[in-house]
Design a protein around this ligand. Sequence first.
Ligand code: ZN
Length: 147
Amino acid sequence: MFDLRALYQEVIIDHNRHPRNCRRLDSADRIAEGYNPLCGDRLTVYVKVHEGVVEDVSFEGSGCAISVASASLMTEHIKGKTAHEVDQLFARFRSMVTDATPTEEGLGKLEVLAGVREFPARVKCATLAWHTLKSALSNEHSTVTTE
Ligand code: ZN
């Protein structure tokens, strides 16, 4: 039988070793920092918004494999989306990693992180990038923590 779990792990390991959009974004007009004290994950998320749409997004930081892979996957999914669409995607992503009966349809590659649900301590690692992104989009120039 095809081992989906192994595939998911491979995707996470790949995104951790070769994170996408992992760079400083000089043209960014929104920047936020995120910190997860439970695990020590630190991220800076850069966003360039044009006419209400995420034109470009990147991140920098250091953290565990889950936090880096989640940030990498997130940047791949939100380009071209409006802040409202990003909110909806985050809500569905959060539901996937925290709810007992999540809806995972339509989350694409983000679904590789569904297994985090079984490790409550890692949920904050998986959602750190999203919380930081949300803070950047709402233009609160501050450091968010998952606490
Ligand atoms: Zn972590």
